[in-house]
Design a protein around this ligand. Structure first.
Ligand code: MG
Length: 373
């Protein structure tokens, strides 16, 4: 029995995780649930699952749950927790990952900002505490699955190719993209996800975050990590080896498969409720190059990854502010990459060697972007 702390229980990954747990009551038990702000859904989940602990990050205690960001840490470090599923949105998820790793937990990571803002600190925390990090994101799960199998035994990958759906504006003109509305940006063609990541998929900032994550997760240089647009979202990643062989992991787009794998890696367990793949229904699979001019946030993010240090934290912080402003209809879609670029240009990169340094870079980026808005 693996005992689970689920951080971000009411979001898209959180509710998908509970769907998976519901099918495996003999293997997993949620002992801690922490939600962002959806107190009503959290109350339903607590009634259904009877966890030992429940908390609400953006609460004032009036809903009857322990409130504040401390709830994430409290859940992540409990003695009765084996696996922490971190599905918190944004840089707010970083500290929970670090403390869980220091406490020796397995962290099933859906919070990409954790590795993007503080990849080196995360590796250090895992080393010091004996914790381990397993990705939930479909592309990184695909890479991990290709590397975990016997086909990869004894060799290191020479190249990763992460796929990107291309988002709703894949074929749009640069001009139309710049003026895209919130409803258009939230209308993702293949994946059903939360609002923040859906907008990130529309700008391709999400794919830049994933390249940076892959760099830290698989210890590969940026020259060895490529991205290809694959509108059907069937192949999640390719892994190339030194002999020229390429492995790919595929399936219909659903997060429940990578979530279950993150909980059981390196083992696989049967799941009668999993979405079954049908190649005929999937139809033709196509691949095309990223349109860098149309989606400048992608190149800005990868460049920030290459610059290293605090640059990825600045990219991420500015992007979070820009996406929130876009969703609040304060700025047009085309301003998102401009604000990121402004924040990166204003920042002097230093080594991201402490949580304080990362937090300061994140705060500076948010300030610069907010002032520009
Ligand atoms: Mg992904």
């Amino acid at each position: 029995m693996r005992r689970i702390a689920l951080l971000g229980s009411t979001g898209s990954i959180g509710t998908s995780t509970l769907n998976v747990l519901r099918r495996h009551p003999d293997r997993f038990r949620p002992v801690a649930l922490v939600a962002g702000r959806n107190a009503a859904l959290l109350a339903d989940q607590v009634r259904d699952w009877q966890p030992a602990f429940a908390g609400l990050v953006h609460g004032d205690g009036s809903a009857g749950f322990p409130a504040g960001p401390e709830a994430l840490i409290a859940a992540a470090t409990r003695d009765d927790v084996d696996v922490v599923v971190n599905a918190v949105v944004g840089a707010a998820g970083l500290e929970a990952t670090l403390t869980a790793l220091r406490a020796g937990k397995r962290v099933a990571l859906a919070n990409k900002e954790t590795l993007v803002t503080a990849g080196a600190l995360v590796a250090e925390a895992a080393r010091l505490g004996g914790g381990s990090l397993v990705p939930i994101d479909s592309e990184h799960s695909a890479v991990l699955q290709c590397l975990a199998g016997p086909a990869a035994k004894g060799t290191a990958p020479t190249r990763l190719i992460l796929t990107a759906s291309g988002g709703p504006f894949r074929t749009w003109s640069d001009r139309a993209i710049a003026e895209a509305t919130v409803d258009q940006a939230l209308n993702h063609p293949t994946w059903s996800m939360g609002a923040k990541i859906t907008v990130d998929s529309a700008t391709l900032a999400n794919k830049a975050l994933e390249v940076i994550e892959a760099h830290f997760l698989f210890d590969l240089g940026y020259d060895a990590i490529e991205v290809v647009v694959h509108p059907q979202s069937i192949v999640h990643a390719f892994v190339e080896f030194a002999d020229g062989s390429v492995l790919a992991q595929a399936g219909f787009p659903t997060m429940e498969i990578p979530i279950l794998y993150a909980l059981t890696h390196p083992d696989r367990v049967p799941d009668a409720g999993a979405t079954r793949f049908d190649p005929v229904a999937a139809g033709a699979l196509t691949f095309e190059a990223v349109r860098h001019e149309a989606f400048p946030a992608f190149g800005l993010g990868v460049a920030a990854g290459r610059a290293g240090g605090t640059a990825p934290a600045v990219f991420n912080g500015a992007n979070e502010v820009a996406v929130a402003a876009f969703l609040a209809r304060r700025i047009p879609f085309g301003r998102i990459p401009v604000l990121i670029e402004t924040a990166l240009a204003a920042h002097s990169v230093v080594a991201a060697d402490s949580l304080d340094v990362v937090r300061a870079a994140d705060a500076e980026a948010r300030r610069t972007a907010e002032e520009a808005i």
